[in-house]
Design a protein around this ligand. Structure first.
Ligand SMILES: CC(C)(COP(=O)(O)OP(=O)(O)OC[C@H]1O[C@@H](n2cnc3c(N)ncnc32)[C@H](O)[C@@H]1OP(=O)(O)O)[C@@H](O)C(=O)NCCC(=O)NCCS
Length: 148
């Protein structure tokens, strides 16, 4: 993957993620996450499987997937440090999720780099009219209702 591996390492341990740096990347430079709080970034990591790329001690890329570990995974917050772009780090992280997930359905939403995902078999939605989304936080309750 164009040398991405040569000097780098991929880590799936959430505790290894440089939270301050990731918060800066996402809240200041990722169109979908502009203004996201550090607390939200931290909680999102706790609720996801992560892959972070490192050059020695320096984190140079991050991606996460929200998943039930069985039926579906949502790939999101794919980000590569500006200084490390164009040498395959993004491809490497996506490849790791595609290989390791063992999950029959992966979904994602993206604005520009469709080509990156297309090479792993991602395609535009066949039936977009079946998809719905709800924006806004909704009322805050203690949690989902518990079964008996
Ligand atoms: C998109 C991003 C993750 C790609 O990381 P990267 O390490 O530079 O990607 P790679 O070096 O593995 O390149 C993968 C391919 O994607 C293409 N690509 C990268 N960024 C692109 C963009 N913004 N628009 C279109 N294509 C893009 C590259 O041209 C490359 O194709 P090639 O191999 O045919 O040249 C990185 O540019 C980034 O962090 N961007 C800002 C955040 C963002 O937009 N994230 C996507 C959210 S889904």
């Amino acid at each position: 993957l164009r040398g991405a591996r040569a000097a780098s390492e991929l880590d799936t341990e959430p505790r290894r993620v440089d939270l301050d740096l990731l918060h800066r990347w996402l809240s200041e430079d990722a169109y979908r996450a502009l203004g996201r709080s550090r607390d939200a970034v931290e909680r999102s990591i706790q609720g996801s499987r992560v892959a972070a790329a490192f050059d020695g001690p320096h984190m140079i890329g991050f991606a996460r997937a929200v998943t039930d570990n069985a039926t579906i995974a949502w790939l999101c917050d794919v980000y590569v440090a500006r200084s490390a772009r164009g040498r395959g780090v993004g491809t490497w992280m996506v490849d790791a999720f595609v290989r390791a997930s063992g999950i029959p359905r992966l979904v994602l939403a993206t604005r520009d780099p469709h080509g990156l995902y297309r090479r792993f078999g991602f395609r535009e939605l066949v039936e977009p009219s079946r998809w719905m989304e709800r924006r806004g936080p909704g009322p805050r309750t203690a949690g989902l209702p518990q079964g008996r």
